[in-house]
Design a protein around this ligand. Structure first.
Ligand code: ASP
Length: 610
């Protein structure tokens, strides 16, 4: 038996905690205090033993002095990091020069009069009080230990406060929180569903909701008027860095409103959240731009507007040059677009520019042309293809001054814009153009209603098929549906889409027409959404709504890097949970009850799972 294993573990008995580990200050000196928490670290100075006691609120320095209580001092010898202890003692001012100004409790310490050892620990797989050291898998496997880190816990306080503010804001405005089913039918957000087999209906499956979209619309048909829910959604997507298979939305729907009402409500909500949770005042209203404008200026529908470097069009000038590559692209109906990088003519070496050219190829572009603008012309591999007048005209039109760097891409217009949009972000990273400025919100409106899906060879809904077209574009549904714009809006923050929604179709005839445009037969629509289409026949009011990606919003509010940092028990990139080992095989009997059998080639059911 080790020394630690021999230590008697005390009960809490009648001890009551008087303070948490983050609250004692100089004003509390001479008070009696009972604190409980984990040993963050211990320093044995022979005569005196110090421990830093930690709980979620902070750290307090504790002193064991044999002159005060020799027995307690003796017991403190055995304490190790992460042991759970309760101490009773007197708050004392620290000796002069010993204060810790970086810690809220740094002016005081607690001199122990009695101690109770509440639990010991095995050596943790990684240090709780340390830099992020272990691999992600190990940290996720012992996530409960990682969550003990104050820097990690902090995100959950922000998340909690944000959720509480959302509720209080919406409650005050007449919204009702209503829960909607998890065991349901496929919903229309366009990702793959998670399926749940039904035991009592062998061969039948529920789908976990990708969002509560249809239910919240049904609640409007019911006359609930204003619904919200902070709700989990499930999408079986290939996980990109900022995705999780289950994530949380602040989902809401309102009746008898238009897009303006939804937009205004969310501006109020964001302003309250940032004020109450972070103490930051936002300026309202948020800027707006149409989808087309966002694509033209930033090459993306989620523009990061914290810095300039907007995309410029130089198609007309390129068409007049002698540069064959540009001219051909223009003759074939393509475009030539440019970024003017102020003051960076000397900022990029030949090698840097070649590197950027390689990135351009990775983003789907054919190549990158560049010109360093000087007083006496250009330094550029393509300078000879432009006359002096042409160069000057081009400089003027894109606002280039001597000392600037011009980066040019020619391609089909959407490709050129996408590539320069990516390049713009890369340059912002390299040139550190994003400073900690005011959060940059922007509404993107008038999204296209439909998009041509190359794989499926048909039009699909950009938002979802229940989104209303712009009134003025209604005739396009019959003539050129791909040109129709939607009454949809996205809220973008610092270049991330944090929410989106739309005014809905509330008339059955229009909904039928929409399905026809989407090439969904009435039989198919009936099978998939029949219940919903039927509801539209019984007096559905005009309604609109939106959903905020709560994890992403909190990530940005907390200044965290990834949404995994604001989810208590997140999944890995492979959608696994190292903590619980989910997903895992099930035994034969479970499959049998469900009327399922695994195809050969699939990993078999576990032999030993209980
Ligand atoms: N259900 C939509 C989504 O998850 C949001 C909405 O249209 O309200 O993106």
């Amino acid at each position: 038996m080790t020394e630690a294993e021999g230590v008697a573990i005390d009960t809490l008995g009648d001890w009551k905690r008087t303070h948490d580990c983050g609250s004692l200050r100089a004003e509390d000196v001479e008070q009696e205090a009972v604190l409980m928490g984990w040993v963050n670290n211990r320093r044995d100075l022979g005569q005196l033993i110090f421990i830093d006691l930690r709980d979620r609120e902070g750290i307090t320095q504790i002193v064991f002095d044999p002159q005060v209580n020799p027995e307690a001092h003796e017991r403190a010898h055995v304490l190790r990091n992460e042991w759970v202890v309760a101490i009773q003692g007197e708050v004392a001012r620290r000796l002069e020069g010993q204060e810790n100004p970086n810690r809220a409790t740094g002016a005081i310490e607690v001199r122990v009069t009695d101690v109770r050892i509440l639990n010991r620990t095995e050596v943790p797989p990684f240090q709780v009080d340390g830099a992020v050291d272990a691999s992600e898998t190990l940290r996720l496997k012992h996530r409960y230990l990682e969550l003990r880190r104050p820097s990690v816990f902090r995100n959950f306080r922000i998340r909690h406060r944000a959720a509480a503010e959302v509720r209080s804001f919406l409650n005050k405005r007449g919204f009702l929180e209503v829960e909607t089913p998890f065991l349901t039918k496929s919903t229309p957000e366009g990702a793959r569903d998670y399926l749940v087999p039904s035991r009592v209906n062998p061969g039948m499956f529920y789908a976990l909701p990708q969002s509560p979209q249809l239910f919240k619309q049904l609640l409007m048909v019911s006359g609930f008027d204003r619904y919200y829910q902070i709700v989990r959604c499930f999408r079986d997507e290939d996980l990109r860095a900022d995705r999780q298979p289950e994530f949380t939305q602040v989902d809401l729907e309102m009746s008898f409103v238009s897009e303006e009402d939804v937009i205004e409500l969310h501006e109020g909500l964001m302003s309250t959240l940032f004020q109450e949770v972070l103490g930051r005042t936002l300026s309202l209203p948020f800027p707006r731009m149409t989808y087309q404008e966002a694509i033209d200026r930033f090459g993306t529908d989620r523009p990061d507007t914290r810095f300039g470097l907007e995309i410029q069009d130089m198609t007309a000038q390129a068409a007049e040059s002698d540069f064959r590559v540009f001219r051909q692209v223009v003759e074939q109906g393509g475009a030539v677009k440019a970024l003017c990088v102020p003051g960076q003519a000397d900022g990029f070496s030949r090698k840097d520019l070649d590197g950027l050219g390689e990135s351009v190829a990775e983003w789907g572009g054919k190549g990158l042309a560049w010109a360093k603008v000087a007083e006496d012309g250009w330094q550029s591999p393509i300078k000879k293809f432009f006359s002096d007048e042409q160069k000057e005209a081009l400089n003027r039109s894109v606002g280039a001054e001597p000392g600037d760097l011009l980066l040019m891409v020619s391609d089909r217009e959407p490709v050129a814009l996408h590539v320069l949009g990516m390049l713009r972000l890369e340059l912002a990273r390299r040139l550190e153009l994003v400073q900690d400025r005011e959060p940059a919100f922007v509404w993107v409106t008038e999204f296209p209603l439909l998009d041509y899906d190359e794989d499926e060879g048909r039009l699909t809904a950009v938002h979802h098929p229940f989104t209303a077209p712009l009134e003025e574009d209604m005739p396009l549904l019959d003539t050129a549906p791909e040109k129709a714009r939607a009454r949809a809006y996205d809220l973008v923050l610092n270049g991330s889409e944090i929410g989106g929604g739309s005014v809905r179709i509330h008339r059955r005839d229009l909904q039928d027409r929409m399905f026809r445009v989407l090439g969904i037969s009435s039989e198919e629509a009936q099978v998939k959404f029949g219940f919903f289409l039927e509801a539209l026949r019984y007096g559905a009011p005009p309604h609109a709504g939106m959903a905020l990606g709560f994890d992403r919003l909190v990530t940005i509010m907390a200044g965290a890097e990834s949404i995994r940092e604001v989810i208590a028990f997140p999944k890995t990139q492979r959608a696994t949970c190292p903590l619980t080992d989910a997903p895992s095989p099930v035994d034969e009997q479970q499959l049998e009850e469900l009327g399922l059998s695994l195809r050969s080639g699939a990993p078999g059911p576990s032999k030993d799972s209980a």
